[in-house]
Design a protein around this ligand. Structure first.
Ligand SMILES: Cc1cc2nc3c(=O)[nH]c(=O)nc-3n(C[C@H](O)[C@H](O)[C@H](O)COP(=O)(O)OP(=O)(O)OC[C@H]3O[C@@H](n4cnc5c(N)ncnc54)[C@H](O)[C@@H]3O)c2cc1C
Length: 492
């Protein structure tokens, strides 16, 4: 196979490596032959992640980007040596976990060395007294959760991508699972970790429930998308498997009533593990078999934990729903959600028909959540070619929510696919910023949102970039993400 026959979309920023053989020899020396490849088939396998554009390009026979080398290190010392080599030779490094990033976080837009973390898959220790598990960062999510379940625990972190994502990627993108309203997001769950800095130095943040030892320096690496360091292992909170689960669902006449009901539940300091509000369109799509949900807004709840507490949480949840015009729809909708919760057929079924389809999750406070929801729908309806824009709300706090928009359409004649895709993204993000929300709730920044970072962070962005310069003066770690607005330069 001749890789030169493929069009590489993000090619402009590719770093030219002058003596490729020299780097290859050094990498083979560090890793051994079995943990290294520069074969075309492997380079192609790591040319993309789960971003819609890279999937579409793959179907069209194009490559999103092209790395130069693939490595599968087995220990921290090897990663440290690779980073030292990359620094000396100024070669980009892309930490790669399972490539399920939906914002381009793991696309190697500058070429360079892929560090695939899959061999870091050992579960090191469960500490029942402290309720923690220590685990290597490349562990697949489902493998970890199955292991914990078999021992009588759960991590409480169950993203929809559980089967196709890993701990390192969750920490990289600051992920959130479906049960996050009770158990927290990954930054609430992680207690300590080992990280290797761009200069090869290894830092160990001791797992401890809390401390008062200056700023939370360790948190700087969570959500850094592999741009500040490579996390090799972490200690996470775990919980005994819940004694009881209550499955509850109510339908509401409109989004506002569903917001009022859920907000007042959280105000009581009650945290159902799962709360999901589906707007009218998504209710029709997912619950058309539920008569009491017809033309209404469906909300499903899962309360779990100690059975006495669950009974009380269920009682209060029901009271609040009924106070806000909720109609009890029984267990069936929640059972249906459990059966279908890992199903994502839309994402893969639409690209072959040239339909551009994507999802964008954002954060809102309670006082602007409904405004953001309505403004995004209104503004997207004005974009030529948009065929659908719907939303569900799946992460809840006493102070606000994470809203997840799904949209799709066909580019009008005057726009190419990339321009249309970018227009969709920018329209949603602009409406969110104008109404005072945050541009990302849990998928991170990657390529798709980097050009909005200044708007989100204001002057603080200047100092975040300085931290990057300080830790990574040669910009070797995952360049082109978070800090670099490559989309602003036009078509890739
Ligand atoms: C169908 C589907 C459903 C999804 N559902 C959810 C969901 O429910 N919740 C959610 O939060 N996200 C979800 N996502 C998005 C995606 O799964 C997450 O962003 C996930 O955290 C990425 O994990 P990964 O292991 O695939 O990482 P990758 O995509 O390989 O990497 C993600 C980022 O982390 C960096 N990185 C990887 N490993 C390390 C490491 N060891 N140290 C430092 N940086 C590292 C990478 O460089 C990259 O920037 C979904 C995606 C898909 C395709």
């Amino acid at each position: 196979m001749n890789i030169d026959n493929f069009k590489v979309m993000y090619n402009e920023n590719r770093v030219k490596i002058h003596d490729k053989q020299k780097i290859e020899n050094s990498l083979r020396e560090i890793l051994g032959d079995g943990n290294f490849s520069s074969k075309a088939i492997d380079l192609m396998a790591y040319s993309k992640d789960a971003t819609l554009l890279s999937m579409n390009w793959t179907i069209e026979g194009k490559l999103a980007a092209l790395p130069d080398y693939i490595t599968w290190p087995e220990n921290s010392s090897q990663i440290s040596q690779i980073l030292k080599l990359a620094n000396k030779e100024k070669v980009p490094i892309i930490p790669y976990a399972e490539g399920s990033s939906v914002v381009g976080g793991s696309v190697p837009i500058n070429g360079g060395i892929i560090i695939d973390m899959k061999k870091f898959n050992n579960i090191l220790k469960i500490n029942d007294e402290n309720l923690t598990v220590t685990v290597e960062a490349g562990i697949n999510g489902m493998n970890l959760e199955r292991y914990l379940n078999a021992k009588g625990y759960t991590s409480g972190h169950i993203p929809q991508s559980l089967y196709t994502s890993s701990l390192g990627g969750w920490l990289g993108h600051k992920a959130a699972g479906q049960f996050s309203t009770k158990y927290g997001k990954i930054e609430d769950i992680v207690l300590g970790f080992e990280v290797i800095l761009p200069n090869g130095e290894i830092l160990d943040f001791h797992p401890i429930p809390r401390n008062s030892t200056g700023p939370q320096f360790d948190k700087l690496f969570i959500g850094a998308e592999g741009t500040l360091g490579i996390i090799t292992k972490a200690t996470l909170k775990i919980w005994p498997k819940p004694e009881k689960r209550a499955l509850i669902s109510y339908s509401f006449p409109n989004i506002e009533d569903s917001f009022a009901a859920t907000r007042t539940i959280l105000r009581e300091h009650i945290f159902p593990a799962v709360i999901r509000i589906y707007d009218h369109s998504e209710t029709e799509r997912h619950f058309e078999h539920i008569d009491k949900a017809k033309d209404r807004v469906m909300v499903v709840f899962v309360c779990e934990g100690n059975s006495k507490l669950v009974d009380l949480e269920e009682k209060i949840t029901r009271e609040k729903c009924e106070e806000h015009n909720g109609i009890d729809c029984g267990k069936t909708p929640v059972e249906h959600w459990f059966e279908t919760r890992f199903r994502v057929t839309e994402t893969s079924s639409m690209p072959p028909y040239k339909i551009v389809f994507d999802t964008i999750e954002v954060a809102a406070s309670w006082d602007n959540a409904a405004i953001i929801y309505h403004n995004v729908l209104k503004n997207m309806d004005t974009v030529k070619g948009i065929l659908m824009i719907t939303a569900h709300v799946s992460h809840f706090y006493p102070n606000g929510v994470g809203i997840y928009f799904s949209w799709g359409g066909v580019p009008p004649r005057e726009m190419n696919e990339f321009e249309f895709y970018k227009k969709g993204w920018d329209t949603v993000i602009k409406a969110v910023i104008e109404a005072g929300g945050s541009i990302a709730h849990h998928h991170g920044i990657g390529i798709n949102r980097a050009h909005w970072m200044k708007k989100e962070w204001g002057d603080a962005m200047k100092y975040l970039s300085k931290v990057k310069e300080l830790l990574d003066p040669n910009n070797i770690l995952n360049p082109g993400k978070l800090y670099t607005a490559i989309w602003q330069r036009g078509n890739p």
